[in-house]
Design a protein around this ligand. Structure first.
Ligand SMILES: Cc1ncc(CN)c(N)n1
Length: 223
């Protein structure tokens, strides 16, 4: 039995993980050339996405068996509600989308598919299944901000209309939440059997594929 860790999940779906982190939507956003309609559609759907993800963290809290697990789930819930959703609503306003607009939004199929997949995985499985399904979201966006900062094409500052988006995910708060999630997963994955790892890798791959669809939804809106 191998001593698994979070990197093994990424290696198990290497191509999908790369397609997610380095998606054209991400590249264009980093270069500041993403069409405004694509970003606006993404922002609107991401508001709905984040509400369901907050519910998924609440489910992780509910499924906790001790204080450590409960605190970990609660910290994830707080990051989404206090940090990400708060910034998101302000950011939407800057892009001409009011809270009333957000409250009336119809949910796109890609949003429905991804959020309900994660909630179903959490309902059906245990806390580890749930956190593995959540990981592409929390860890992926932190990694995307870091990856963008390493690319020559990425423009930072006032010349890039999406600069604040990158700043949100490179922020100390978000990066700390990402590291806490990886540490938590590393500790749990170290003790799983090969069969259990394969089950978890399937969940991780499916959630990653649904992230790719989410980016694509934004790009398709602009075409
Ligand atoms: C679709 C999606 N995935 C991930 C994140 C980062 N929490 C997000 N805001 N939206």
């Amino acid at each position: 039995m191998k001593n698994y860790n979070f990197d093994d999940l990424k290696i198990a779906c290497r191509d999908d993980w790369r397609a997610y982190i380095q998606h054209d939507f991400v590249r264009q956003l980093g270069a500041g050339i993403l069409p405004g309609d694509a970003f606006r559609h993404y922002l609107q759907q991401d508001y709905l996405f984040l509400i369901h993800f907050a519910r998924a963290y609440a489910l992780a809290v509910y499924k906790s068996r001790n204080m450590t697990e409960l605190r970990h789930g609660f910290e994830g819930l707080k990051t989404i509600v206090d940090v990400e959703l708060g910034l998101h609503v302000d950011y939407c306003r800057e892009w001409g989308i009011s809270e009333d607009d957000l409250a009336r939004l119809p949910e796109a199929k890609a949003t429905l598919a991804y959020t309900r997949y994660v909630l179903d995985t959490g309902n059906r499985g245990d806390l580890l299944d749930m956190h593995v399904a959540l990981a592409p979201c929390l860890v992926g966006y932190g990694e995307i901000a870091n990856w963008l900062n390493e690319q020559n094409d990425t423009r930072r500052g006032a010349g890039n209309p999406f600069d604040a988006w990158i700043a949100m995910y490179e922020s100390d708060d978000f990066q700390a939440a990402m590291r806490a999630e990886v540490d938590w997963l590393n500790a749990r994955l170290a003790t799983v059997t090969d069969e259990r790892f394969d089950e978890l890798a399937t969940i991780f791959r499916d959630a990653t594929r649904l992230e790719i669809d989410f980016w694509q939804m934004g790009l398709d809106k602009a075409s």
